[in-house]
Design a protein around this ligand. Structure first.
Ligand code: KG4
Ligand code: ZN
Length: 337
């Protein structure tokens, strides 16, 4: 079974060909960093236009690299939400055109389910497990009982973890996206030079909040501009900020395992490519005898291989949705529960 995955929910135009759910034949990711970086963040209108210009070329590259022909594809899996509506529509309408022209089924995939199942591109994790999705738009904790069976345990009440990296990056004058740039600076900083606040919220809560931390960094930078705490470098601030985010993520992840009485953990989404987070989760998991898994960084940030993978499993359990492809609509918000 050959699945063509298509992902255009945000600022990556991506296509991948996946064979039998676990053999990845190609994974083309065309990012739009050059388009958005002059603005310090994603401009939705430009994202949609840019997907439009690139999507056919990216699909062609994916098919050529996989060494197959378009007519060999058995199923098209496309992100239908959540995401930027103008961006989602490009992928969805392209998929509809291909599906109609090639007379093959297509299936709409939830972007978050793609992140959750990305790990299955590399290894089969035994259900049930706890999953933490940390991306630019989401910070969600799930109990994953089976393919298609997800229970939300906690989520951010304001900024997503990746969003806070991006906003703090912008404050520090770093290029977009802020996450990788902050991680790089933090490597040469002292996280203990200034302790930024950790928002643990009410006792027992598995929700997150990162907007206070962001404000705290802003206040700190203002004071530094006025001449206070001049000795603290951008490296120290990056390390202090990153430590604060990581401490809360690790704490809630371990609490979720204890609460649900589960010992397997999957951490995924763009922020999961952060090396310090991977080390921190690995250490905590080891201390409690839990087993932590992370997709390779290339499968953590947005990609179409994870969409092909989630589409493969969704199609296997629910082939009927494929017949009604013309009725599929893009959804800016979409839950996976
Ligand atoms: O999953 P993703 O590619 O797109 C969304 O679905 O949002 O995640 C993008 C987010 C951005 O906020 C980016 O700054 C963050 O992931 N990110 C990182 C790192 N690499 C990407 N955050 C921290 N450390 C990184 N190394
Ligand atoms: Zn994503």
């Amino acid at each position: 079974m050959l699945v063509l995955g298509l992902e255009t929910s945000c600022d990556e135009t991506a296509a991948a060909v996946l064979k039998d759910g676990d053999t990845l034949l190609s994974n083309i990711i065309n990012d739009q960093i050059g388009v958005h970086s002059p603005y310090g963040g994603i401009v939705p209108e430009l994202a949609g236009r840019s997907h439009n210009e690139r999507v056919h070329r990216v699909i062609k590259e994916a098919v050529v690299e996989a060494g197959v022909r378009l007519r060999d594809i058995d199923l098209i899996a496309v992100t239908m939400g959540p995401g930027l509506i103008g961006s989602l529509l490009v992928g969805l309408n392209t998929a509809k055109g291909l599906s109609y022209g090639l007379k093959i089924p297509m299936i709409g995939v939830n972007h978050l389910e793609g992140h959750l199942l990305a790990i299955f591109l590399q290894k089969k994790i035994q259900f049930p497990f706890i999953a933490l999705i940390v991306s630019g738009g989401h910070t969600d904790l799930y109990r994953v009982s089976d393919f298609g069976r997800y229970k939300l345990l906690g989520r951010t009440r304001d900024d997503a973890a990746g969003e806070s990296f991006d906003k703090v990056g912008k404050m520090l004058g770093l290029p977009y996206p802020g996450g990788p740039a902050i991680e790089k600076l933090a490597r040469n900083g002292n996280g203990k030079a200034h302790k930024f606040p950790r928002a643990y919220l009410e006792k027992g809560s598995l929700d997150f909040s990162f907007s206070g931390l962001k404000t705290s960094v802003r206040t700190f930078l203002n004071r530094r501009e006025k001449g206070n705490r001049l000795t603290l470098t951008d490296e120290d601030i990056s390390a202090g900020f990153q430590d604060a985010v990581l401490d809360v993520l690790v704490d809630k992840l371990i609490s979720a395992c204890k609460k649900e009485n589960l010992s397997r953990i999957v951490v995924t989404g763009g922020v999961a490519s952060n090396g310090a987070l991977r080390v921190a989760v690995g250490k905590a998991a080891q201390a409690y005898g839990f087993e932590a898994s992370f997709p390779d960084p290339i499968f953590c940030t947005d990609n179409a291989a994870m969409i092909a993978c989630a589409g493969h499993y969704k199609f296997a359990r629910n082939q009927s949705s494929s017949t009604d492809f013309m009725g599929l609509d893009a959804k800016a918000s979409l839950s996976i529960e």
